[in-house]
Design a protein around this ligand. Structure first.
Ligand code: UDP
Ligand code: MN
Length: 281
């Protein structure tokens, strides 16, 4: 297929961790993520999908991790679909009441995640948001079926009804990709939480991963009893990003932001993350 991602190098494994960056801010995130993946010692490929919005020189830091860089466009969705999911329109139609989205977050870009199903050189892929850190090896996820994701837990029990699309398993398949595109862009379709709402609908019987495979940063202050540095495999900075210079929850999240910064710089990464002090209870 002509619009599949184009890569700078071939695949060297049947498995890959994949992330997505559509602008310089998320490249920053991906740098910390790739360093964390490297530390977790995986034999799978590391793949970064990027859109033309990212300048070539901005991608340079990612090459140091041996990542395969795949250039791709946004999905070929209709102008009407794009308009309905434009940032201002989406925020108005489905306001975010529980946390803030940074200005550099473009909802339409989220749907590019569906291009994972075009990566048919792989048997299985694990997607991880660029605003996450892998704290423990997650390779066993490659033996899990499609479609697995962790619950979107960060506040109440009701959160268990929904999945969070920051981490998921997929089996690339061009037929699935085509089918997804057709289901995605229907007249009047509005996916209030973009790819996340879509994937929940597309895979109604999604398999639940343990919450520790996508531990959301708000758990730190909302559900401190759930926090366990020893068990967290992937830490995900949903809503405000750790590299934002000013955000309202910065002081509350200080230890997590410091940890992200260590991975971003590659200095002072704690030797034993499992022994870090937990949140106040
Ligand atoms: N993303 C991106 N550019 C954007 C929006 C999203 O590259 O403008 C990618 C990036 O990998 C990001 C993921 O899509 O981590 C989902 O967005 P985000 O993490 O900001 O959403 P949240 O986790 O806060 O719901
Ligand atoms: Mn995220």
């Amino acid at each position: 297929m002509s619009d599949a991602p184009e890569f700078d190098q071939g695949a060297s494994s049947a498995r890959a961790y994949v992330t997505l960056v559509t602008n310089q801010d998320y490249v920053l995130g991906a740098t910390a993520l790739l360093r964390s993946l490297q530390r977790a010692r995986s034999s799978a490929d590391l793949v970064v999908l990027y859109t033309p919005g990212v300048r070539a020189e901005d991608l340079e830091p990612l090459r140091a991790f041996g990542a395969r860089l795949g250039r791709c466009d946004r999905l070929p969705t209709s102008p009407a679909f794009n308009k309905r999911h434009e940032r201002g329109r989406l925020h108005k139609a489905a306001p975010f009441t529980k946390g803030g989205k940074p200005v550099f977050h473009t909802p339409l870009d989220n749907f590019v995640k569906l291009r994972l199903w075009q990566l048919t050189e792989y048997e299985k892929v694990v997607f991880i948001d660029a605003d996450a850190l892998v704290l423990k090896n997650c390779d066993k996820l490659f033996d899990y079926p499609e479609f697995c994701a962790a619950p979107n837990v960060y506040e109440t029990l009701g959160d268990f009804h929904r999945l969070n699309s920051g981490v998921f398993t997929a089996a690339p398949n061009e037929v699935t990709f085509r089918d997804m595109l057709a289901r995605l862009d229907q007249p009047e379709s509005f996916w209030r939480r973009t790819d996340q709402t879509f994937l929940e609908h597309y895979f109604p019987d999604w398999h639940g991963l343990p919450v520790f495979y996508n531990m959301l940063q708000y758990v730190w202050f909302n559900l401190p009893d759930l926090w366990s540095w020893q068990q967290i495999h992937i830490l995900h900075f949903q809503y405000e990003k750790p590299w934002q210079t000013d955000h309202p929850k910065q002081e509350m999240l200080r230890p997590l932001i410091d940890l992200w910064q260590a991975f971003a710089d590659g200095t002072d990464i704690p030797a034993d993350i499992g022994r870090l002090p937990g949140p106040e209870r």
